[in-house]
Every structure is written in C-alpha cells, then in structure tokens.
Design a protein around this ligand. Structure first.
Ligand code: UDP
Length: 473
C-alpha cells in the first residue's frame, strides 16, 4: 500500500484546505491511501472536530492520526504565529512515532507539510522521504516569500522601517509595510521562524499551492523563470485548486441565516465576515454598525466578541458575543427588516454561494478569497492580520477583483468609509466592473478543476513525480 502523509497545521483555514487536497488526490488517483497527522489546536481557531469526523466517516482511504496535545504558556509568546510554530516544534517526537506506526503497514510515498510544520522538515528528509509543502495562501504570496531571502541579504533594515515600495518579480509594487505581519520586524521570533521556512522552500521536492494558474499567471511565471530565487534552485510549483471545504457542520443558528437569505432578493445582500481568527474592538464594531445602517443595503454580518484584554486569554476562542451591549442601542431593531447578525460563526461557503448574496466584505484570508471567486461574489478588501494586507494589494491593484477598504494608520475604519465602500460595491459602476471580473474568474476556476483543466493536469504531474523514489522506513 502506498501512503501519502499530510501534515497540516491546526488552524481552520490551513487544515481544511489540506484535507480537501487529500480527498482530491484520492478522487483522481484512488490507488493511494492518505494519512493525516493532526495536532490539537492550543489556540483560538474554529472547531474542526465535526468536519474531521465527517471526512473520516465518508472517506475510508483517509486515516487521521491525532497527535497528543503539547502544553504551552501563552504569556511567553509574542504572537499567534509563534504559538503555532512552537506547538508544532514540540510535536516532533509525536510525529516520529506516528510515522513509525504508518510505515509499519504501508510505504510512505511522500510527505506534504504546511509551512508551520517546517520544524519537522528534517525528520522526513533524513528518512529519505520526498517532502513537499502545501501552501495555503496564493502563488503571489509564495512568490514574495521566495524573494525575501534576497531582500534580507541586501538590507539590514526591517520591512516595517524600509518605508519603500518593493519591486518583487511578478508582483505589483508592494509597500514594505504591507508585507505579511509576522515578517515586518526582523528582530522578532516570528521573523526567524519564517525566514527558516523561506530557506527550506528551495530544499523541498515541490510546493503545492491552493490556487489556479489563470488567476496568478504572472507570479507563476516569475517563480518558474527563477526570478524570485535568483541565487538558488526553484522548487517545482503545482497550482492545484481552488480546493474548498465541501463538508462542514451546521448548527441551528447557522441554518437560521441561510433561511433568512432565502427570503432576500437576488444578489442584494452584502456579507461581512473576518475569517476564523478576526476579532474587532468594541469601538470598531459600533462603527461598522453605523456605516451599515447608513448604507441602507441589506447585510448579513458575523459578529464576534472583541479580543480579551487578559494576556493569558488572548489566543483562546472569544466568548459568545452579547450583541445588545456590543452594537449601538436599537441597531438590531432598526435594521431587522434588512439585516441579520450571526453570532461568532456562519457557514461561509454556503452563504457565499447563496443567490441572495451580492457582495463580501472580507479580511482577505486566502480561503475566503477563493470561496468568493468560486461563488462569483465581488469583494471589499479589509485586511486584519497575517498576509492579508499583501493579498489586498494584489487583489485590488493587480487583479482588480476587490475594492479597497481604507483604514487609518492604526487600522481603524470609519462609519463613513464602511457606508461608501458597501454602497460602491453593491450599487456603482466600479462595483459592477469588479463583479464582472469576478464572474470571469468563477468560470476560470471551474474550468481549472474540470477534466483536462490546469489543476487536474498539475495533480497528474505531481503524482508522476511520486513515482521516483519510494522508501520503506
Ligand atoms: N469560516 C467560516 N465561517 C466563519 C468564519 C470563517 O466558515 O464565520 C471559514 C471560511 O469559509 C474559510 C476559513 O474559515 O474557509 C477561513 O480561512 P481564511 O483563509 O479565509 O482565513 P483565516 O481564518 O485563515 O485567517
């Protein structure tokens, strides 16, 4: 038996797209089995337990190996990224045990890891197992990550202090301050972890990206020509996507919002949702509410509790929000005929595919972007964390698939800005042209995943590459 081992990181967006990739391999190449190593999240991320249960129940060729949890004291870590890298680093002995277990009954053909699992990279390569990355953001971001070591060598300054436009092959000019959050400060622990990942990329057997070729042809070309990594080898890139979650649990309150959408006119509702981790301050929530009310547009809005001020709780899931106290007095009542507020979590893929949804205010997480494109829903880009500001530059300046939400230097967005951008998206010429381009991408995404499409061909090439070395541990 030939097994592909997948090692995702525990965050919602990372785990689901990798599991979907495992299912996709088996749909097209059923002679493999897939073993997925999961690490229990030690931090705030949407619950993936019911999703994993459903995948296990319906996919007998996929086995999950749940690694034991590791204990961490959050106080000592500067960011969520360091918490994740540390969680995975401490899981290395458990990974070794799981590999031995898997290899006692099958041959491991290849291992595919998330970038947060870089601390485990040498475990696999020392055993001679071809080791690939599965990259959960776009080719554009991979392009910049491959290029960062070059910038690192050419300056001693941090991105946060460079104060310039970066000229990275295959990308529009990127303001240095819009590079992904964790790499803004080169003296930080997160920068060291990320740089280590960037330096491992060329050593990998290849990088699988959840995207499709026609969306990101410029970045793909720059990578394949070697322009992003001028001083070293370039790993092969396999653009295999878009892969979206197809089986997700629903609760009663989630169904409620879909029922509400059933009653709204076609393409009339703007959906606001900020990923699995996006939390906004109480002041910002009130400002959004005022902007939405003034915009007079229909809306479906996922509201979470603001971040905890208690340092020891800052990476843990927030409590259920108390909408009455968080939103302006009388807001829910005044907007009840045209607005619906969901507490904490909505079934985003289903919502975006609903015929009543005509716009999406998004934090620009890559899964959210792909889900919007696949549903043909135009976006307003309001980045919050990780590589989302970077994604916004590409989406707005280069691909013209989103309108830009303008924030102040500290990230605050005014009610006036919310009102204008939502109106512009739903009811203006500019909004209409973004919608038109998004619909074209929807068709291209479908073609990429159809028989003979670029993503299917890329998967075939990847599987072909696995026919080279095979080892038994
Ligand atoms: N998501 C969801 N409901 C929510 C919030 C998020 O279903 O209320 C899903 C969303 O559909 C996407 C994932 O969580 O698949 C978030 O991934 P993304 O890459 O967009 O952002 P991240 O959470 O990694 O920042």
């Amino acid at each position: 038996m030939e097994t592909i081992v997948l090692y995702p990181s525990p965050g919602m967006g990372h785990l689901i797209s990798m599991v979907e990739f495992g299912k996709f391999i088996l749909n097209h190449h059923p002679f493999f089995t897939v073993a997925i190593l999961t690490v229990p999240p030690s931090f705030n991320t949407g619950s993936t337990a019911s999703y994993i249960d459903r995948v296990s129940a319906t996919n007998p060729s996929i086995t999950f190996h749940h690694l034991p949890s590791v204990s961490l004291t959050f106080d000592s870590f500067s960011s969520m990224e360091v918490v994740i890298f540390e969680t995975l680093r401490l899981s290395n002995p458990n990974v070794q045990r799981a590999l031995q277990e898997i290899s006692s009954t099958s041959t491991i053909t290849s291992v595919i890891i998330d970038f947060f699992c870089t601390p485990a990279f040498s475990i696999f390569t020392e055993l001679g197992i071809p080791t690939y990355y599965f990259f959960t953001s776009g080719v554009c971001c991979l392009d910049s990550f491959l290029y960062v070591p070059t910038i690192h060598r050419n300056t001693t300054k941090s991105f946060k202090d460079l104060n310039s436009l970066l000229d990275i092959p295959g990308l529009p000019p990127i303001p240095s301050s819009h590079m992904p959050d964790p790499i803004l400060d080169r003296s930080s622990a997160e920068y060291a972890y990320f740089l280590d990942f960037f330096l491992h990329l060329p050593k990998s057997a290849g990088v699988i990206v959840n995207s499709f070729e026609s969306l990101e042809s410029k970045s793909l070309k720059a990578i394949s020509e070697g322009s992003c990594n001028p001083d070293g080898p370039t790993p092969p890139v396999f653009c295999i996507g878009p892969l979206l979650a197809t089986e997700r649990g629903r609760t009663g309150s989630m169904d409620e919002c879909l029922k509400w959408l059933d009653l709204q006119p076609s393409q009339s509702v703007v959906f606001l949702c900020f990923g699995s981790l996006g939390l906004l301050s109480g002041k910002q929530l009130k400002e959004i509410a005022i902007g939405l009310e003034r915009s007079e547009q229909r809306f479906l809005w996922v509201v979470r509790s603001p971040p905890s001020e208690d340092k020891s709780k800052r990476f843990l899931p927030p409590p259920e929000p108390d909408l009455e106290s968080l939103l302006p007095s009388g807001f829910l009542d005044r907007t009840k005929d045209r607005g619906f507020v969901v507490k904490s979590w909505a079934p985003q893929v289903e919502v975006l595919r609903h015929k009543s949804v005509g716009g999406f205010v998004t934090h620009c997480g890559w899964n959210s972007v792909l889900e919007a494109l696949c549903a043909g829903v135009p976006m307003v880009a309001w980045p919050l964390y990780a590589e989302q500001k970077f994604n916004r530059v590409v989406l707005v300046e280069d691909l013209k698939l989103a309108l830009r939400m303008n924030e102040s230097e500290d990230g605050f967005v005014t009610a006036e800005e919310v009102e204008s951008r939502v109106r512009e998206l739903m009811d203006s010429k500019e909004g209409e042209s973004v919608r038109k381009r998004t619909k074209e991408k929807e068709a291209e995404a479908e073609a990429a995943m159809s028989e003979g499409g670029t993503s299917i061909v890329a998967l075939a090439k990847l599987v072909e590459s696995w026919k080279l070395p095979r080892l038994t541990i």
